[in-house]
Design a protein around this ligand. Structure first.
Ligand SMILES: CC(C)(COP(=O)(O)OP(=O)(O)OC[C@H]1O[C@@H](n2cnc3c(N)ncnc32)[C@H](O)[C@@H]1OP(=O)(O)O)[C@@H](O)C(=O)NCCC(=O)NCCS
Length: 434
């Protein structure tokens, strides 16, 4: 990266630094992520968040570490409904594995070598008996023994530590009022902590994000969309992650992020870039469609320029876009990125409007955003007294057909559109009565 792009990049992150400062983020990191080669840089990235003024509660998992211990002690691994049946011998292994995993994280966070990202970080990491647990008990005849559920979170004690400037590290073990320790799901702990603290974000570092049945990463989901997706899920781990996100959102956590551990820097990308890296889950519909304003010109240009370069869209200069900005609608992701745009132009026939410059950011394709945008444009047309829309396209004929348009020809165009028709471009023409 040269000096100029380094400075530009740093400046672009500043709105996110301002927005996140002083906010409470609960970060749940899976046991698999702790074993990954990226783990060192991941912890250093989390330390950076703390240095930038975010209040961090880190909850860790330890499933593969516990499996390893059980194997070493020749104790069978027993799961029912994705929960470990934990007898007293297995519980001993759980304590050892969780304790050792916790120490690994603490030592990483204590690093301060010169020439390392942790130099000068001085992070104070605290833990404690913040989680009260209760046994799961017997279900379908199976006694889960020392496997437990969260009963209560001491949010005041956690909050006091955060206000002191410490990072709170929570392990997936809770204690009952009878003095017993219980093995908990780190996701259950993380969602309860996030709800009890009314955290601004719950970040689950595990799989790269929510994936639909076409193996496509979904960049954002509202709760109704999440519920629809949950019905189609086959992978129990994926289902557990999405279930946690849903519980936390219904429980008042504003935003839940799913971030992969395999991509280096995915957490920072998710929090400090408009593109993000994983999936954002929110209660309401995540993307907002609104009329464009002059401030959106830069965002629209970065969306449409690659499509203009491929001749999918007709070239528009910045000046032209600025003059015509009131004709545009944009789709805005909650983190500020413009992920879609479309324009509606009048023609010489007042009853006919032209839809143009329809574009959705490639990472947001196939999530129904284009169809939603088109239907908003149709409503705008109706409000303006139009009864027909036309569109000219070279590559997207089928998409318009599937959205209710019918093929037409040049003679069907309003006068000004006929005289300006670009024969070299040879676009196909589609119309829709509205
Ligand atoms: C066309 C475009 C706007 C669709 O946006 P989107 O948000 O992905 O659309 P939706 O989610 O509503 O619809 C997705 C469906 O349309 C299909 N589709 C997308 N582009 C298509 C195309 N060019 N031809 C045929 N079908 C297409 C998808 O395969 C998907 O179908 P499926 O659900 O059966 O798999 C988007 O692909 C895009 O920006 N393309 C580049 C720009 C462009 O061509 N603009 C039109 C010029 S005016």
């Amino acid at each position: 990266m040269n000096n100029k792009s380094y400075v530009d990049f740093f400046r672009q992150t500043s709105p996110y630094i301002h927005a996140h400062r002083g906010k409470t983020f609960v970060i749940a990191i899976s046991g698999e992520a702790i074993l990954a080669p990226n783990f060192h840089s991941m912890v250093h990235d989390i330390a950076l968040l703390q240095s930038l003024g975010m209040r961090i509660v880190l909850v860790h998992g330890a499933r593969p570490q516990i499996d390893q211990r059980l194997q070493l002690s020749n104790i069978g691994v027993k799961f029912k409904n994705h929960t470990r049946v934990t007898d007293p011998n297995a519980m001993q292994c759980v304590k050892e594995a969780v304790g050792s995993t916790r120490l690994t994280i603490e030592s990483e966070l204590s690093m301060g070598l010169p020439n390392s990202p942790m130099h000068g970080a001085h992070i104070s990491v605290v833990g404690g008996n913040f989680i009260t647990a209760k046994p799961i008990g017997i279900q379908d005849g199976i006694d889960f023994q020392r496997a437990g559920q969260v009963r209560r979170i001491d949010n005041k004690a956690i909050d006091a530590q955060l206000s002191n400037g410490s990072m709170v590290l929570i392990s997936p073990i809770g204690f009952s009022p009878t003095g017993e320790a219980f093995n908990l799901s780190y996701l259950d702990v993380a969602s309860h902590v996030a709800m009890a603290l009314s955290a601004e974000k719950l970040i689950l570092i595990s799989q790269p994000g929510a994936i639909n049945d076409k193996e496509r990463l979904l960049r954002s989901l509202s709760l109704p969309q999440l519920a629809e997706l949950q019905e189609t899920l086959k992978d129990p781990e994926h289902a557990e992650l999405l279930g946690t996100a849903s519980v936390a959102c219904y429980g008042g956590v504003e935003r839940v992020h799913l971030v992969g551990y395999q991509e280096d820097g995915a957490l920072l990308k998710e929090l400090f870039t408009r593109e993000g890296s994983g999936t954002l889950i929110m209660k309401e519909c995540a993307e907002v469609i609104r009329p464009a304003s002059i401030e959106d010109v830069g965002g629209i240009l970065s969306l449409i320029t690659p499509l203009e370069d491929q001749s999918v869209l007709v070239k528009r200069s910045r000046e032209l876009l600025e003059t015509e900005i009131t004709r545009f609608k944009v789709v805005v992701h909650p983190e500020g990125l413009i992920v879609g745009c479309a324009a509606l132009y009048p023609t010489t026939d007042l009853a006919v409007g032209e839809v143009a410059c329809v574009a959705i950011h490639p990472e947001f394709h196939d999530q129904g955003i284009g169809a939603r945008l088109l239907s908003e444009i149709e409503s705008d047309g109706k409000v303006s007294g139009m009864n027909e829309l036309l569109v000219m396209t070279t590559t997207t004929a089928h998409w318009f057909l599937e959205n209710g348009f019918n093929e037409a020809n040049i003679r069907d165009l309003p006068e000004n559109k006929q005289s300006m028709y670009n024969y070299q471009r040879n676009s196909r023409i589609f119309c829709k009565a509205i």
